[in-house]
Design a protein around this ligand. Structure first.
Ligand code: FAD
Length: 443
C-alpha cells in the first residue's frame, strides 16, 4: 500500500490520539474523527474527571515517541497503597520490595489533551471534532458521521476503531455479522467524590493510592496536581446496600459516618457530590475478531474494555498501539498481514489482564486489610529481594514491567506451584521431625 493513502482513526481518546502519533511517524496521513467537541476548549463533565494510574506499559509507549517527560510533568508518583480501616490509623503498604517503584496518578483529561496536542502538531494528522461515526461499510472503508451540519461521508483505505467500550465501529461490524461480542457488566457501579485541598495542602498523603476496603463496597482516592484527591466509590448499583439505597442527605451522611468516618471531615461537598455525580457502569467487553480483511481494526477499550481494578485499561490500550506499530514494521506495512498478526499477539494478553483485573477487585475490597494478605506481601517482597530476577510478584510484573500479561499469569501460577511444593515439603519435614522428636522423648 502506498504511504500516501489515508488511515482513519475513529475516537480521539487516549488510544486514538497515541495511535495517530505512531501512524504519522510512519508517514501515514491520518484523519482522526471524534464525536465530541475539542476537549481542550470545553469543560469536564461533572463526576467524569477520572484520574488514572499510569504505569510502565503506558510509559513505555509514550517513551518510544518522546512524550514521556511531557506527560509525566503533570503526574504524581504513588509508591504504595494506604489502607484506611474503619477504626484506627491508615497503614502504608509499599508496591515494590525496595519501596522505590511508583505508579503515577494523572488526570485522564490532561493526558488526553497532551496526546491530542502531540497528534495535532504532526504533519499529516487532521482532527475532525463533532464527528460521530454512525455508519461503516467494512468492505470499502466508507464511513458516515453525524456532525452539527448534518450527515457527512468519508472513506479511508484502513479504518481503526479506538472509540472506547461502547465502540460504534465494533457495533457496525457486529451489524454486518463480521464479529461476535460479549459484554459482562458487574453489578457494581462507580461514583466520583472529591477531597479538596486542606489549608492549601493535600488532605492525605499524596505519595499513595488510598484504599478504603469495606467488603461489599470500596473507595479509592488518587491525588491531583491541584492538591485535591479524586475519590471513586465502588458499590452495587441496586439492592438494600447500594447506590440506589441512599435517598436523603441524612442517609448519605449516616452511611459515610459508619463506613468511611475519616472521609467526613475531609469531604465538605460529600452530599452534593453524591447526589449529583452520575453512577458509571463497569464491565468487560470481549469480541472476536479484532480486524476484518485487513481493512478495519479495533484497539483499546473498543476491542477489550476491562474493569478498572488493576489500573491497566489505558496502559493496555497503549500497548496495543505499540504492538500494531511493531506488526506494521514486521509486515512491511502490509495491513492485510499486520492486523491479523496484531490480533494474534494481543488477544490472549487482553484476556489475561481482563481476568487479573476482575480478581484484583476481590483483593482490593476484601483482602488488602487482612493480616494474611499483608504477610503474603511481606513474604513476596522478601523473595523478590532474595531471588532478584527469579521471583517477581504479579503486581510487580503487571505494573512495573512490559512482560506480556498472559506470560505474567503463567509465570505467577508457576511461582505459586513451586512455593506450594516448597511449603508442603517444609510442612512434611516439620511433621517428620515432630514425630521423630516425639518417639525420641517416649524412649
Ligand atoms: P476512550 O478513552 O473511551 O476513548 C474513546 C474516544 O472515542 C472518546 O474520545 C469518545 O468520545 C470517542 N468516540 C466514542 N464513540 C465515537 C463515535 N461513534 N464516533 C467518534 N468518536 C467516538 N486505566 C488505566 O490504565 N489506569 C487506571 O488507573 C484506570 N482507572 C480507571 C478508572 C475508572 C473508574 C474507569 C472507568 C476506567 C479506568 N481506566 C484506567 C481505563 C481507561 O480509562 C480506559 O481503558 C481508556 O480510557 C481506554 O482508552 P480508549 O482510547 O480505548 O477509549
Amino acid at each position: 500500500m502506498s504511504e500516501r493513502e489515508e488511515i482513519a482513526v475513529v475516537g480521539a481518546g487516549l488510544a486514538g490520539c497515541l495511535l495517530a502519533c505512531y501512524l504519522a511517524r510512519r508517514g501515514y496521513p491520518v484523519a482522526l474523527y471524534e464525536r465530541r467537541p475539542d476537549p481542550r476548549t470545553g469543560r469536564v463533565e461533572r463526576g467524569r474527571s477520572i484520574n488514572l494510574a499510569l504505569s510502565e506499559r503506558g510509559l513505555d509507549a509514550l517513551r518510544r515517541i518522546g512524550l514521556e517527560r511531557q506527560v509525566m510533568a503533570d503526574a504524581l508518583p504513588m509508591r504504595g497503597r494506604m489502607i484506611h480501616p474503619v477504626e484506627g490509623e491508615p497503614q502504608f503498604q509499599s508496591y515494590s520490595s525496595g519501596g522505590d517503584r511508583a505508579i503515577n496518578s494523572i488526570s485522564r483529561g490532561a493526558l488526553n489533551n497532551a496526546l491530542l496536542n502531540a497528534a495535532a502538531a504532526l504533519p499529516g494528522v487532521r482532527v475532525a471534532f463533532d464527528h460521530r461515526l454512525v455508519g461503516l461499510d467494512p468492505a470499502n472503508g466508507e464511513m458516515t458521521f453525524e456532525t452539527p451540519q448534518g450527515k457527512v461521508s468519508a472513506a479511508a483505505s484502513v479504518v481503526l476503531g479506538a472509540d472506547g467500550a461502547g465502540s460504534a465501529v465494533r457495533g457496525q461490524l457486529l451489524g454486518y455479522g463480521a464479529l461476535t461480542e460479549s459484554l459482562d457488566f458487574l453489578d457494581y457501579g462507580y461514583k466520583e467524590l472529591t477531597i479538596p485541598p486542606l489549608g492549601g495542602d493535600f488532605a492525605l498523603d499524596p505519595g499513595a493510592l488510598h484504599i478504603w476496603p469495606r467488603g461489599t463496597s470500596m473507595m479509592i482516592a488518587l491525588p491531583n496536581p491541584d492538591r485535591s484527591f479524586t475519590c471513586t466509590l465502588f458499590w452495587p448499583t441496586h439492592g438494600t446496600a447500594s447506590f440506589a439505597s441512599l435517598g436523603s442527605p441524612a442517609a448519605i451522611e449516616r452511611y459515610f459516618a459508619i463506613h468511611y468516618p475519616d472521609l467526613i471531615p475531609l469531604a465538605p461537598n460529600l452530599v452534593d457530590d453524591y447526589q449529583h455525580n452520575p453512577v458509571g457502569v463497569l464491565g468487560t467487553v470481549r469480541c472476536t475478531p479484532w480486524q476484518v480483511a485487513g481493512k478495519v481494526g479495533l484497539l483499546g477499550d473498543a476491542a477489550h474494555a476491562i474493569v478498572p481494578f488493576y489500573g491497566q485499561g489505558a496502559n493496555c490500550a497503549f500497548e496495543d498501539v505499540v504492538e500494531l506499530d511493531r506488526c506494521l514494521d514486521e509486515c512491511g506495512d502490509d495491513w492485510s498481514a499486520a492486523l491479523p498478526l496484531y490480533q494474534r499477539r494481543r488477544q490472549a494478553n487482553a484476556e489475561a489482564i481482563a481476568r487479573m483485573a476482575l480478581a484484583n477487585f476481590v483483593e482490593m475490597r476484601d483482602k488488602v486489610a487482612s493480616p494474611v494478605f499483608q504477610t503474603r506481601k511481606k513474604i513476596e517482597h522478601a523473595l523478590e529481594r532474595a531471588l532478584p530476577g527469579r521471583y517477581a510478584s504479579q503486581y510487580e510484573l503487571v505494573s512495573f514491567s512490559t512482560t506480556p500479561y498472559a506470560q505474567v499469569r503463567r509465570r505467577v501460577r508457576r511461582q505459586y506451584q513451586v512455593l506450594g511444593a516448597v511449603a508442603a515439603g517444609a510442612v512434611a519435614a516439620l511433621a517428620g521431625a515432630a514425630i521423630a522428636f516425639g518417639r525420641g522423648r517416649r524412649r
